[in-house]
Design a protein around this ligand. Structure first.
Ligand SMILES: Nc1ncnc2c1ncn2[C@@H]1O[C@@H]2COP(=O)(O)O[C@H]2[C@H]1O
Length: 224
């Protein structure tokens, strides 16, 4: 095949070099990977045509690298978008605006989705918090020092004890038919240790939840 175009097949290597160069200065992982993938394409064409017969070793190794890069591009896209989430998962994700889709998937994977077949006490005032809960549907009754209040869906339960490493500040009972996500505190702590970005996101989400709970209370309200 005639590759001269007046410039020679070596032009492909220079074009690939420009894409690689822009890739190396890109700060965004997806952009970097995309540019490197395009560069790989030019290299592969070059290796195919540069000699009398294709340079199979170079084609195989560079092709494999391009394949891995392409797979990682799909992973990064999945981490950044909600494309692959079911409608139900997307509805739950709406409660977690401070998480990237990827962080949310990780958090959800560590959770148990529990539906209450009977009212269930999930924290007891003064006792250690065993699980952090997020109420998705139904309601919860909060009882503290004889005062009662209702908690609606969209709030955490047990986050105060988890954050402060103190016993539960109130007794909370989930209603019959309620649905909640539950995280074992030891497993959650381990997960957050391994994933610092997730720890930051969950910390911010807890803060937001506490602000909403505080905003509902009026000065002089009963403690719950
Ligand atoms: N005033 C309040 N308003 C809303 N939720 C509360 C209030 N007090 C306690 N809770 C919740 O009840 C939980 C009891 O266990 P924690 O103290 O770990 O975390 C507490 C909060 O999730």
């Amino acid at each position: 095949m005639d590759w001269t175009f007046g410039l020679g097949i070596g032009l492909l290597v220079w074009i690939a070099f420009v894409f690689d160069l822009f890739g190396f200065v890109a700060r965004d992982e997806l952009l970097l990977r995309g540019l490197m993938l395009v560069a790989s394409g030019f290299y592969l064409v070059y290796y195919f045509f540069v000699a009398g017969s294709p340079l199979w070793d170079a084609l195989a190794t560079n092709g494999a690298l391009a394949g891995v890069n392409l797979a990682m591009i799909f992973v990064v896209i999945a981490e950044r978008t909600t494309f692959t989430m079911s409608r139900e998962t997307r509805d739950i994700y709406a409660h977690f605006p401070l998480f990237t889709p990827g962080q949310f998937r990780r958090l959800l994977k560590a959770a148990e989705d529990v539906r209450m077949r009977a009212p269930r006490e999930v924290t007891r005032q003064g006792a250690p918090v065993e699980r952090v809960w997020f109420l998705l549907a139904g309601s919860a009754e909060i009882e503290k020092d004889g005062h009662r209040a209702r908690l609606d869906p969209g709030h955490f339960i047990g986050e105060m004890g988890f954050l402060s490493q103190r016993p539960a500040s109130a007794t909370v009972t989930l209603s019959l038919g309620a649905r909640a996500l539950a995280w074992d505190v030891a497993l959650l702590a381990r997960l957050l240790e391994r994933k610092p970005a997730l720890r930051v996101a969950l910390g911010a989400q807890f803060n937001l939840d506490l602000v909403e709970k505080l905003a509902r209370a009026r000065p002089g309200d009963a403690p719950v």
